[in-house]
Ligand binder design. Structure first.
Ligand SMILES: *Cc1c(COP(=O)(O)O)cnc(C)c1O
Length: 968
């Protein structure tokens, strides 16, 4: 008997560490049972067996104890309240927006949407694939181009991608100049310059309509409308650009495109921009989806993912990621972009905004924004203040004798304007702008008693049919004609559409998603709640710092947390994904060598097992990739490393290494590997994707890393969102701190002021940082250690149980794995013909999402259970794998046909079950309900296995016309 509750002291009843056992899945009893299965008596014993003694921490992390959810959220709310919620009319690519509540609650705040993984397993991802396809269709309609991708990280990185696409595709092969219009938003210019520098492109910024006559560029980019508000007809410029065999790119404002002639119709080759103002909060910089559209002819050169239409084995339409192996980072150093994690959740929100409002609703919103801007402009004109721009959609630039006074008056009225030099102000209207705002602005600029009547000006505009949009640029083409944008305008219909899509997908709300290297752990509700607090959502990234004190406190506190965990000296919170972190970290290394006068150091050593983003990022930083072999145990071949480091001693820039390795083991030689690199003047870049196995057990900086990214969307609980958002801040040792990214609009204390940006916003996707902060604060030192221990325990238990049926490919010391394990299906395929793909699809019949397939070793599955899964869930997964093994055995022994069996027909759908012609040598029950628990909780894949080849041969990346469904 335990002690009666009534006799316990208060301290035993306070439960300040209750969250630890909410986050860590296995109960004490379950942990004990798993340890016993492994022949161990404690978690410490497991860690000592698994982690090399030379890197093991000997003391707890220097951080506070675990705390209650209420306590942590109260502290965070106190921070959040120190942000000032002004109305921001700063523009520059970020505007206030109204998130439709039905989307806010049912998508952004809904784990069914936010905990899903990238749709690599399309049969259980049809819901979000449809939402992304809608996004692509929306982008095609608005940009007037042929092909759109499924989102990029932000507008500025899309601008850099546009530049490199121009370089690849332009027929002006000798050209090395990229012309950038001075009317681009400054952060777009900066990220373009950052990207161009290592690649050796010459970026010329100025008035491109004049520059085009002086240069032979490979590409030209403009902002449409310009950063100061002009709406310019670029048709003549585009002809000149094309005459020079160069490509023309437009950074476009998505809302303006509802009313403006599309850049595609004007002749643009690439159109990109931010979809933020389609119902995604500004969030002090992000996350938001960038869109990217181009000509069909350039489809193989498009960065990022593209969703396409294919068919399943029944011949029904089914969606999948098109050209999956074309996915940029998979081409390693031959890749043209390193993007992996993108912004799926936010792209989905933007597409749903368009679905909900429809073409007419969007025209009303865009029309209102434009009319309010015109009213503001005409009022000012009546008082002899003529906007500097004689055309506009939503932005006016005005010149005033005392701009500072007007700026300050607006500020005291709670309105942020854009300062442009000493004499000009920028004003951008948005969906939240109303009559009162316009009247307040008149008061601030003209002084009270100006006598203007909004209604009178409005009537006058209607009478004269005046508009800020030049006649030649008024949109005539239709938008969003597809039924999906014209069917769900009542909230009831919209709610059901969202739910219907959500129900097609497997997310963490259903079952474990054991994706090796991706760390699909719990995204606790307490961590998610602050994301949609207005104090975090409504801030423009370029507000004066004194309005963002809450965010600044959060950023500083998060930095300190990450420093305590990793041992680095400083953190750069700008990169929007792990791959962007790699790129940012490699740039810091590059600039460090340059500052030391060692420009020749450009060799990047990368083990063969590395994730494809590593070599892709190295190529972007103009490094030459030299591959280091792995030995038969999956470890870096230290002799090969030493000989290559010696061979390139004078040119060695760095080593990129993932730790624990992507083979799922703590390599014993890690310190030696780092030492060899340093001996030859190289820097160590540690890919931090596997940090979940290190937190509170070892520290990257202590092991020997000079710089490392942290995928906050893996180890630190930001949900995957179906393929993004993410955050990839980098930790650096002191000697690299001056060389990390800065920002052209908001200067960041620490790094050299002249450093360019790698992301559009100074602190990347700031509004999801509270998730990681809350996680770390809730767990405290003890909880973080428990998380790592249990991640390693769960992986070793799984490896131990699965090894009875499947060979585990690599193990480290004492035959232990780290936080993930690779099971090898090649020997079974040899004897049965059943492939890793068949196993992956069969797992869907059990309600499981497949683990990582064929990375880092073809023909294998990489399984990472994370600490959040209970033993009960692991046992369900093990049971599924055992049943599958039995089915393979039946094929092996000839008991069942090698091509007509439950594995090859997986996944099974309702269509299979009701098909009157069932001619298979197994029962319908075995097909769809291979274990009895499924009778009471079954996730139905809504399509049968999808034909990958068909989809790529018949590439179609837009919404399917309705008649195609009627035909089918
Ligand atoms: C996930 C991952 C990356 C890329 O990170 P993103 O956030 O997707 O850009 C890089 N390396 C490894 C080992 C990874 O698992």
């Amino acid at each position: 008997m335990t002690q009666p509750q009534t006799s316990l002291p208060l301290s035993a009843l306070e439960q300040n560490d209750a969250f630890i056992s909410r986050h860590v899945g296995p109960s004490q009893d379950e942990q004990q049972a798993m340890l016993e299965a492994l022949g161990l008596d404690s978690l410490d014993a497991l860690i000592n067996q698994t982690v090399p003694g030379s890197i093991l921490l000997d003391s707890p992390l220097p951080m506070a104890d675990s705390r209650s959810e209420q306590d942590v959220l109260a502290e965070l709310h106190n921070m959040a309240r120190q942000n000032t919620l002004n109305r921001s009319m700063i523009g520059m690519g970020y505007t206030d927006t109204i998130v439709p509540n039905v989307i806010l609650r049912n998508v952004l705040e809904n784990p069914g949407w936010y905990t899903a993984y990238t749709p690599y397993q399309p049969e259980v991802s049809q819901g979000r694939l449809e939402a992304i396809l809608n996004f692509q269709q929306m982008v095609l309609d608005l940009t007037g181009l042929d092909l759109a991708n499924a989102s990029l990280l932000d507008e500025a990185t899309a601008a850099a991608e546009a530049m490199t696409l121009c370089k690849r595709m332009s027929k002006a092969k000798k050209a090395n100049v990229f012309l950038v219009d001075a009317n681009l938003h400054p952060q777009n210019i900066s990220v373009i310059q950052t990207r161009a520098e290592p690649l050796g492109y010459e970026v010329v910024v100025g008035d491109v309509t004049a520059l085009i006559d002086q240069y032979e560029p490979f590409g030209v980019v403009v902002q449409y409308p310009g950063t100061y508000g002009h709406v310019t007809d670029y048709s003549t410029l585009i002809e000149k650009v094309h005459a020079k065999k160069a490509l023309f790119c437009a950074a476009a404002d998505i809302m303006s495109l509802v009313l403006l002639k599309s850049p595609g119709e004007l002749g643009a080759d690439v159109v990109f921009g931010s979809a933020q103002r389609f119902g995604v909060p500004m969030g002090y910089g992000g996350p938001h989806a960038a869109f990217f559209a181009t000509r069909d002819a350039y489809k193989r050169s498009v960065p990022g993912r593209i969703i396409g239409v294919s068919i399943d084995t029944r011949g029904n339409k089914a969606l999948r990621m098109a050209m999956q192996t074309r996915e940029q980072h998979i081409r390693r150093e031959k890749a043209t972009s390193n993007i992996c994690t993108a912004q799926v959740l936010l792209a989905n929100m933007a597409s749903f905004y368009a679905v909900y409002h429809g073409p007419e609703g969007l025209k009303t919103i865009a029309g209102r924004i434009h009319r309010l801007t015109s009213i503001l402009a005409h009022g000012l004109q009546q008082k002899s203040i003529n906007p500097v721009n004689d055309s506009w959609f939503d932005t006016l630039t005005i010149e005033l004798d005392d701009a500072e006074a007007a700026y300050n008056k607006a500020l005291s009225a709670g309105i942020n304007l854009r300062r442009i030099g000493d004499t000009r102000l920028g004003i951008t209207a948005d969906e939240c702008t109303d009559r009162l705002v316009i009247e307040t602005l008149w008061d601030c600029i003209l002084g009270e008693g100006h006598g203007l009547s909004l209604d009178a000006i409005d009537s006058e505009l209607s009478r004269s049919n005046a508009s800020g949009i030049p006649a030649s640029l008024v949109r005539e083409s239709a938008i969003l004609q597809h039924p999906v944008f014209n069917s769900y305008h009542s909230e009831t219909e919209m709610l059901r559409y969202l739910k219907q899509l959500e129900n097609k997908d497997i997310s963490l709300a259903h079952s474990m998603i054991a994706l090796g290297s991706c760390t699909m752990k719990l995204n606790a509700t307490a961590e998610m709640i602050p994301v949609t607090w207005p104090e975090f959502g409504q801030l423009h990234p370029f507000v004066p710092l004194d309005q963002a004190q809450g965010y600044q406190l959060l950023l500083e506190s998060l930095k300190q947390q990450l420093i305590a965990i990793t041992g680095f000296d400083d953190i750069c919170i700008q990169p929007n994904s792990g791959a962007q972190g790699e790129y940012a970290g490699l740039l810091a290394i590059r600039n460090f060598h340059l500052a030391n006068g060692e420009a020749e150091r450009n060799i990047c050593l990368i083990p063969a097992s590395a994730h494809g983003t590593n070599p892709a990022s190295a190529a972007l930083a103009d490094m030459k990739v030299v591959v280091v072999k792995c030995d038969t145990n999956g470890n870096v071949d230290i002799d090969d490393l030493r000989s290559k480091a010696e061979q390139y001693s004078e040119q060695l820039s760095c080593l990129m290494i993932t730790y624990p390795s992507t083979h799922g083991v703590f390599e014993e030689g890690i310190r030696e590997i780092c030492d060899i690199t340093h001996q030859h003047g190289g820097q160590v870049y540690m890919d931090g994707a596997n940090l979940n196995a290190q937190v509170a057990v070892s520290k990257p900086a202590d092991i020997g890393a000079d710089v490392s990214h942290m995928n906050l969307h893996k180890t630190f609980c930001i949900p995957h969102g179906g393929g993004g958002p993410g955050m990839g801040p980098i930790g650096v040792k002191a000697h690299l701190a001056a060389f990390v990214a800065n920002h052209p609009v908001v200067s960041i204390a620490g790094p050299n002021a002249e450093n360019g940006a790698v992301s559009a916003a100074p602190w990347g996707s700031a509004s999801i940082l509270p998730i990681s902060w809350v996680y770390i604060a809730l767990m405290g030192a003890k909880g973080l250690r428990a998380a790592t221990e249990n991640a390693i325990l769960n992986a070793n238990y799984l490896a131990h149980e699965l090894s009875k049926d499947y060979p585990v490919l690599y193990t480290g010391r004492n035959d232990r794995v780290a936080h993930e394990c690779i099971i090898d299906l090649r020997p079974l395929k040899e004897v049965s013909g059943i492939s890793e793909e068949d196993v992956a699809k069969r797992l869907m019949d059990f309600g499981f999402h497949a683990p990582t397939m064929s990375f880092p070793v073809p023909g294998t599955l990489m399984i990472e259970p994370t600490e959040s899964e209970s033993k009960a869930e692991l046992d369900r997964f093990i049971e599924a794998m055992q049943v599958i093994r039995e089915e393979i055995r039946q094929v092996e022994t000839g008991l069942i046909d090698a091509d007509n069996n439950p594995l090859r027909h997986a996944p099974h759908t309702i269509a299979d079950l009701i098909d009157p012609e069932w001619s298979r040598p197994y029962s319908r029950e075995q097909g769809a309900f291979p274990v009895t628990r499924l009778l009471t909780s079954k996730v139905w894949p809504t399509v049968n296995r999808i034909d990958n080849v068909y989809g790529d041969r018949n590439l179609f990346c837009a919404c399917v016309p309705m008649d195609a469904y009627i035909e089918a």
